[in-house]
Every structure is written in C-alpha cells, then in structure tokens.
Design a protein around this ligand. Structure first.
Ligand code: PMP
Length: 452
C-alpha cells in the first residue's frame, strides 16, 4: 500500500487482506477502539526487517524502528534465541513454580544478580512488566510491615511516569496520562512530585539546569518530610521517562531520591523495564546517577522480545524484613511464574547481549540517529530532536497525525509507531548504520510530508 515501500513481496497480498478483515471488530489492540484504524499484518520478521501487509495492497518490507516496544534488541528470528527456545521446548515448556524449580529459572536469576548493581540479591520472576511492578509495590509494603511500620502503604511517584496497566501500577503512573479518572474507585491515591528538570546529552554527560534541580530537590525533601510516615517507597523510571514523553531528566534528581529515601526509611524502586539492558547507553539507566535501588524491575528486552517475562530484584535487607515478618512469604505467585521457555530464551538473550559489544553498538546507533535525525530539527512542525543511547525522539509542537505519519514512514520503508506529539525510534541493537540512516530519513520525510 505505501507507494514507495522498499522491497515489495509478490503473492502474499491475499493473506494480509484476509487477516486484517478478520481482526477488525474481533480483537482489541493497545489503547484502541475495536473499530479503530486498521492494523498492518505481519507476514514475517527477520533481522531488523518486518514483512508487512496492508488491507489493500502488496506486502512489503520495512526496517523496524521500534524493537517491538523496546524488546527485540537482537532483531527477529535470531538464530541463537531460536535455538534456545527450541532446545528448551525439547525438554519441557512449562511447569508450575510452586514446589518445583528448574535450570532456566535458576540460571536466569544467577545472571540477573551478577549483572545488576551490587546489592540486588533476590529475584522474583514475573510474567509481564506490569506484574513485576505489582510485585515491587508488594515487596515495599511487606518490607515496611516487616520493619514494624504497617502505616507505610503509599507511594511517591513522578508526574509523567509510566509503570504499567494493572491497577496498582496505574496508580503510580501520571494521574492524567495514566487515565486515573476512568477508574476512580479502583485506583489508590498516591503522591506525585513534579517532573524533575529535563537533562540533555552534552559530550557524553546528561546535564540539567542546576538551579532548577536544586528547587526540585527542595520539593522532594518537603514532600517526603510531610508524608514520611505513610510512604513505603519512591517509584521511578530512572533518568528516562518513556510513555510519559520519552524525555530524560537530571541524574542528580535520581541521586537525590536515593538519598532522601534512605534518610527517611523509604525504599527506592527503579523501574528499568524500558530503560534496562543498555538502551540508554548504560547497562541500567540508574547507572547514570550511580544509584543502586532497593528494588529493581526489568522486562521487555529481557527475552530479546521473544516471550513475556520480567523480573523484580530486591536487596538482602528487603528480603530479610519480609522473611523475618509473621507472613514470611512474598504474597504473589502467578501460574506462569518462571516459565522455562521464557527463562531459557532470557539466559540466551543476556549471554548474547554480553557477547555482542552492546556498548559500542548503542553508541553507534546514538551517533547514527543524531546524524540522521538532524534534518528533522529544521522542520516547521518540530519542536525538538533529542537522542539518548539508542533512543531517538522527534517532538512535534502539536499532536502527530498517527495513521498518516505511520503510512508515510512505511512509504519510505520504515515501521514507526508515533504517539501524542512524538515520533520516536528505539531500533534493535543489531541495526546497521544503513538501517539507522534509513530510519532517520524515513521519519524526517514522513513528518515533512504530513506536518510540514
Ligand atoms: N514500566 C515501564 C517503564 C514500561 O515502559 C512498561 C511497558 N511499556 C511497563 C512498566 C509495563 O510492562 P508490560 O507492558 O510488560 O506490562
């Protein structure tokens, strides 16, 4: 359907057209009405390319600018991950985790403890990012209970934050963007700090306005001083807020949250679900501030985008408080906890990450995006272009015409999924310089064509 799309695939138009027709009105898609814009059908995916079909045309290849929402860091049909999945399927695909354990879960937990900052020693294997956030919140409340502070059940979060779609996770998302008003009686009222001052990458460092930061830290200190006795933890996306606007904030704000949390008996929860595993240029975004949280969530890229899996890690101190309490156990245990297929692929994905020279790759993607997106900065509709690690963002002055920009980008052979006023990309780490250049050029051309 996009006229100038890269390689056109003959012969597969009918399946795409049929699938899309059968999907419409039957399946819900993320944050979309049942009769919303027609999706594109995925007919194949390999390396950094998706083969897509539209309702009314010939299938075509597009370079993937999204890593399937931060997850497919090693690209699609990666032979190492395919092998790990098949090997584990040949042993067993799933067993309950109650009363049983298995190699993939133990090996994954050992890897996670070894690779996360020192001090995170215990692992809960959850079945999605949102669930890992629920577990993090439970850990914090149970820890406070175990420390003899049963009234500490609330959370301090950031405006512009996003932590998932289940109810407790929604409760710590930005109250407006997080649509709290839609579920008034189901969402606990939490406390929010203003967004910390924005930071921009200058010569490899994330810099922010010092005066604005000092003022923000003052607000943090006042808020915690007033609410200390009811707060269990501070929960944040470290340094880069994703769904809230793809914007980086001062690492000094994260360091201040660590200090203020420790001084006041609160825990610090870092939600690294989007930012973890190298995406921001550091292995974990908390590393930008040299901060070690008490609880950390990882997900998305954990299985290289193959299967849904997330992990919540906690410190020995948190674990001790819980095991020393009358409850003793952490009160959570989903059916698919520690799914062996997902754990086996995650082990292979983490090994691949370690062996892949991810730091150089992410640095190369950053440079490529900085060059390729530079022309977008001079477009009339564009407010700002910013790049952090392997995340490139073009912020428009007004809302993006999502279907039109998506279609226009596909016309240039690029799969991108804008939201609100943002056209952004976080390509697979396996993207070549040519892929990155194509992504930047496609995004720029699409914005120019649709918004001027
Ligand atoms: N936290 C953050 C920072 C996220 O970006 C997301 C997903 N976009 C989640 C939590 C929720 O993860 P999931 O979609 O796997 O439930």
């Amino acid at each position: 359907m996009p006229e100038a799309a890269g390689a056109v695939r003959a012969g597969a138009a009918a399946p795409a057209c049929g699938l899309i027709a059968r999907d419409r009105g039957l399946l819900w898609h993320p944050y979309a009405p049942l009769d919303g814009d027609a999706p594109y059908a995925v007919l194949g995916a390999s390396g950094t390319r998706l083969t897509l079909g539209a309702a009314d045309g010939t299938p075509f290849d597009a370079v993937d600018a999204m890593s399937s929402w931060w997850s497919a860091i090693h690209g699609y049909r990666n032979p190492v991950l395919d092998r790990a999945l098949l090997d584990q399927a040949g042993r067993f695909s799933h067993v309950m985790f109650g009363g049983l354990t298995h190699g993939p879960a133990v090996e994954l937990a050992e890897r996670l403890v070894a690779m996360t900052p020192d001090g995170l020693d215990h692992v809960f294997l959850a079945d999605s990012g949102s669930v890992s956030v629920e577990v993090a919140l439970k850990l914090a409340v149970q820890c406070q209970l175990g420390r003899g502070r049963p009234r500490r059940t609330r959370f301090l979060a950031l405006r512009g934050g996003y932590h998932g779609d289940t109810f407790a996770a929604m409760g710590v998302c930005d109250p407006v963007d997080g649509m709290h008003a839609a579920f008034p009686s189901l969402i606990a009222e939490q406390l929010f700090l203003p967004r910390p001052p924005a930071a921009r990458l200058v010569g490899g460092e994330l810099l922010a306005d010092a005066e604005a930061l000092a003022k923000w830290v003052g607000t943090l200190e006042d808020t915690v001083a007033r609410h200390r006795d009811e707060l269990a933890a501070i929960i944040v996306e470290p340094v880069l807020q994703g769904a809230g606007g793809m914007d980086a904030y001062a690492p000094g704000a994260l360091a201040a949250m660590r200090r203020v949390a420790s001084d006041n008996g609160l825990l610090l929860i870092c939600d690294e679900i989007a930012t973890g595993l190298g995406r921001t240029g550091k292995l974990f975004a908390s590393d930008w501030a040299g901060v070690v949280p008490d609880i950390m969530c990882v997900g998305k890229a954990l299985t290289g985008g193959y299967l849904t899996l997330a992990a919540t890690l906690c410190s020995a101190g948190v674990a001790r408080a819980i095991t020393g309490s009358p409850l003793r156990a952490l009160l959570h245990g989903p059916t698919f906890m520690g799914n062996p297929l997902a754990c086996a692929v995650a082990c292979a994905s983490l090994d691949l990450l370690a062996a892949s020279g991810w730091e150089d790759r992410v640095r190369g993607i950053r440079r490529g995006l900085q060059d390729a997106l530079k022309p977008a900065a001079s477009l009339g509709a564009v407010r700002e272009v910013r790049v952090l690690g392997a995340v490139g963002v073009v912020e428009l002055s007004g809302p993006v015409n999502v279907p039109a920009v998506t279609r226009a980008a596909l016309g240039h052979g690029v799969w991108v999924r804008p939201f609100r006023n943002l056209v952004y990309t976080m390509p697979p780490y396996t993207s070549t310089p040519a892929d990155v250049a194509e992504i930047g050029a496609g995004i720029t051309a699409a914005i120019r064509e649709v918004h001027g």
